[in-house]
Every structure is written in C-alpha cells, then in structure tokens.
Design a protein. Structure first.
Length: 161
C-alpha cells in the first residue's frame, strides 16, 4: 500500500519542524546597496535546525525600504570544514564565486517596518557549521533603526511518510 509524504510540523507551533532561527540581524543595520556582511551567528545542522534538510527563509524589514527594479538579497552559507574555526574566504563588496545558496527577491514597492519577503524557494540547510554571508542587491540601503532590527530568519521544514 502506498504511503503519502506529508509535511512534518514537529514541536513548533508556527508550522516549522523546530522554531525559526534568526540567522542575522544587527549586522544588517544600514547595510548599503552592493555591500555585504557576514553573520556573527554560527549554525549547525544538528543543533540549530534539528537535523532538518530544508528551510523556508525570509527577510524581515526593520524599517522603511524602497528597492529598485530587480532588487534582491543574495545569501550564501559560509561553511566550515573544521567544526567552526575556519570559514570560506570572503572579500568586502564582492560576491562569492559560486551562485547564492538562496535569494530573497523584492518588488519596487515601499516596504514598511513590518515588511516580510520570502526566499524564492526552499533552502537546503548546510551540513557543517556555517555562518550566513549576505549581499544587499536591493538598490537601496537597509533601515538604520536599531530598535527593530532588519533580520533574515529561517524556519526548518521536514517531510514524513
């Protein structure tokens, strides 16, 4: 008899397998267009994501921002092959030499402080320890408010059968 694959909600009340994780926040305050930043937060497959393979990522606007046409946030996992001591190399204001691990596209509308933009598809979680490297390609600086941080979050998701 066939068995259905179903979305597993885990123990989280928000529908995610485990509670959503803030990947980066205060580092994004006033991030200029075409500038990049690396998160201070280190994530792991087993500890942070509950061993989930996939996640739903989103950008939460902490203040008003109006992106230009074709604007997006490019996001890469900076992986560490030694458990979190050494990470992939990055250079200021230059993207990594591989496609982003996920992209968060934006419209040309004026986003308010509570604007939320989801990534274009589900995100494969990193296996080793990782940090998030983000490049602002919105064509506009992110909000300068430190009272309600702009942030990128991810909610781990899973399937079961």
């Amino acid at each position: 008899m066939a068995t259905n694959f179903l979305q597993a909600t885990g123990g989280s009340t928000t529908g995610f397998f485990v509670s959503a994780v803030t990947l980066i926040s205060s580092e994004l305050v006033s991030l200029a267009s075409s500038a990049n930043v690396t998160s201070a937060t280190v994530v792991t497959s087993s500890g942070t994501f509950g061993q989930a393979i996939w996640g739903e990522a989103w950008l939460y606007m902490g203040g008003a921002v109006t992106p230009l046409a074709g604007g997006y946030m490019a996001c890469w996992w900076l992986r560490s092959g030694d458990g979190g001591t050494v990470y992939e190399n990055t250079t200021a204001n230059i993207q990594l030499p591989r496609p982003p691990d996920f992209v968060i596209p934006a419209s040309t509308v004026a986003y308010a402080s509570s604007g939320t933009l989801f990534a274009s598809g589900i995100v494969k979680m990193p296996w080793p320890s990782a940090k998030l490297f983000v490049q602002n390609n919105l064509g506009a600086a992110l909000a300068s408010s430190a009272t309600q941080y702009t942030s990128i979050k991810i909610g781990p998701v899973a399937v079961q059968y």
